[in-house]
Design a protein around this ligand. Sequence first.
Ligand SMILES: *Cc1c(COP(=O)(O)O)cnc(C)c1O
Length: 392
Amino acid sequence: MAEWKNRTKQVHGGTRRSQYGEVSEAMFLTQGFVYDTAEQAEARFVELGEDEFIYARYGNPTVRMFEERLAAIEGAEDCFATASGMAAVNAALTSALKAGDHVVSSRALFGSCLFILETILPRFGVEVTFVDGTDLDAWRAALRPDTKAVFLETMSNPTLEVIDVKGVCDLAHEVGALVIADNVFATPVFSRALELGVDVVVYSTTKHVDGQGRCLGGAVLGTKDFIRGTLEPYLKHTGGAMSPFNAWVMLKGLETLDLRVRAQAETAQKIAEALDGHDKIAKVRYPGLSAHAQHAIAAEQMGSGGTVVSIEVTGGKDGAFRFLNALELVTISNNLGDAKSLVTHPATTTHQRLTDEQKDTLGIAPGLLRISMGLEDSDDILADLLQALNAI
Ligand SMILES: *Cc1c(COP(=O)(O)O)cnc(C)c1O
């Protein structure tokens, strides 16, 4: 399996067949596992073998297939699947930190990630310093000898800033800090996170991995030492396990991940280019455009601008709402990575909680809209966006 290309790993990686020899992965919808003897039960509680399970909160064959497949794609030694992306972010941070530790984080974060770093961790005595993630000098200044971990979103939501991952990792490793990266916007298809130096990669598999808007899920990937030594003891006792049903949906999602994400990214590039310079749009934010501030980093790091395009329409909130309400194909929803094209107004939904000052700093303008490209024909998506722009 190690020599297979990613498209092949996405279809075959981690497959475990039962005694029936099924072709499609089996869904083991079971909480528990039976033991032939009392001695066998005792032995499993001492140490679990390769194909041994004791309780679905600790592990399950369908979940394990998903973990092994995703680990193979990402090039990670191991993976632990979680109930949601936020369970993954929370466990990656909390399992590695204790009171008195210092963390440096980029400030352009998904709202719930920001809540963990800004509100929850300080409550338990962890000090967090926020920096402009695109500014290496800011990282350098914030890192300290006692910095235990660094947290960043490799591409930020919703303003699509791209972080120089290798640059940040090099600085963080100089002080011995663990680099934890939320890699949702880069997707496992365009990710080179581990190669660039990231220690722990986190996904919300709710997004592109499911890819069809059905199940919540998350994953933490890293070394065997981190996943089994640090993360697993925390997760197996705190209950953030992925359900076997969701793992089965995610496994099937992985089979088509490459095809879907590349098609969505192609559409995103085409739409970004077509909308750039439109008179109802003040700014198109897309890392695939050469005018994007981190275009070169995105090209080198991901080889793509990703599947999301953010636009800032004229007319502020009123302009944004007129545009949203005039859409006929693209749907208003705060999710992303779906087969259906979805559009969000971050200032009034996902990032509503932030103060005006925070929104300002992060570039979440009243006219900003985040569009997640679906799998529809790109001509139809573009036609819908153009007709809705007329409503402004
Ligand atoms: C959606 C998202 C999350 C949270 O994932 P859930 O599966 O909704 O818990 C975390 N980080 C980023 C960047 C996301 O887009």
